[in-house]
Design a protein. Sequence first.
Length: 424
Amino acid sequence: MFDFKIEKGLVLPLSSSDLKSVKLSRQSCATATFGKDQGLVIKCKAAVAWEPNKPLVIEEIEVAPPQANEIRIKMVATGVCHTDLYHLFEGMHEGGFPVVLGHEGAGIVESVGPGVTEYQTGDTVIPLFLSQCKECRFCKNPKSNHCEKGWIADRQGEMSPAESRFTCKGKKLLQFVGTSTFSEYTVVNQMAVAKIDPAAPLDKVCLLGCGICTGFGAAVNVAQVEPGSTCAVFGLGAVGLAAVMGCHFAGAKKIIAVDINPEKFEMAKVFGATDFVNPKDRSKPISEVIAEMTNGGVDFSLECVGSVGVMRSALESCVKGWGVSVIVGWTDLCDFAARPIQLIAGRTWKGALFGGFKSRDGVPQMVQSYMDKKVKLDEFITHNMPLAQVNDAIELMKNGKWYIYILYVYIIEDLQTELYKDKH
Ligand SMILES: NC(=O)c1ccc[n+]([C@@H]2O[C@H](COP(=O)([O-])OP(=O)(O)OC[C@H]3O[C@@H](n4cnc5c(N)ncnc54)[C@H](O)[C@@H]3O)[C@@H](O)[C@H]2O)c1
Ligand SMILES: [Zn+2]
Ligand SMILES: [Zn+2]
């Protein structure tokens, strides 16, 4: 058992003077005691999606103790990503509900199951939707981050009911992409958990669990943007903005930001975009507009929308001979089309999951880059809300308003209010 406190998203061990105040502040719930529930079922709050296209419901759920190779995590903060909305509103719903969504969070290890040696109670961690077992042929091959051992190997959206540790009202709840961060506690296999610097602010670095690594890595690892090159990024949600940041980090000299919502351009500038195109203002195909701006097309393009039409447009916006286009946006609903001549002419078309990062290695490195001020995270965050407001965050995101929403999942109401107050 040990004690900790949270200050402005940072998880800090309690000093002896703090411990003195614990007795006072425990009343006001400014601290929590860990480890006492080891081996027991924990009852806690979670946002449950009972069925598609309906608001989430805050329910009391039961979280079973971690089994072999599993880790139970107390979530502190989580972002809301478009992929959560995709599952709720667009995806193929068969068998995907009831589910606890959320997959970009950060928290603290509450307890570990048998066989877990690399993690212990009190570690600060980021659960990962993409595992890295470090043993399979994909993990061993530096060319891929597609670990074949995680839940993702045989399912597209959520863990199998047998692997989920959640129940509510006698019903098994599914764990979305193996994580389920819209819950005060979750259980994740140890091959899908990144241990991170304990000094990292969890309400910022939680974003590295998905969108920011996805966009940044797509530019840096997958497209391998080169210094002095020209780039185009289609879609300026969090993923696209992170791709802009990746292009800038890699030294691109011209970064064209494309979005149908011009409100996004100002933020894209913050991350390094140099030129802005709103397809709604143009009568020509965007690939022609970009070709005119860049003497025949960009060196690198990144699709961060999830639309097969935009994927084609991004490919056609690349220069012939050596242009590289990376698909980042997510869809599994329709086929795409392109003329073979586009590839015969020397363009390369690629896709990337989680920005090509091997997850357990890459996420702690990205946390370090943030701590060293080499990558931005704070600038992505426009709203901070308690978990109870998850439906407001989803509504805002659905309407294309702003970028990233951080939900404080932390169980203690008083502290949540304190944190919430702090940010406004
Ligand atoms: N490949 C992966 O590993 C991975 C991981 C996370 C997210 N994703 C996917 O990345 C995509 C982006 O995620 P997000 O959270 O940034 O989404 P988002 O909804 O916040 O942003 C999408 C942006 O695209 C813009 N847009 C829509 N139609 C457009 C068009 N025709 N042309 C140009 N811009 C257009 C929107 O205005 C919006 O700004 C989603 O499809 C998501 O599912 C993929
Ligand atoms: Zn593996
Ligand atoms: Zn995501």
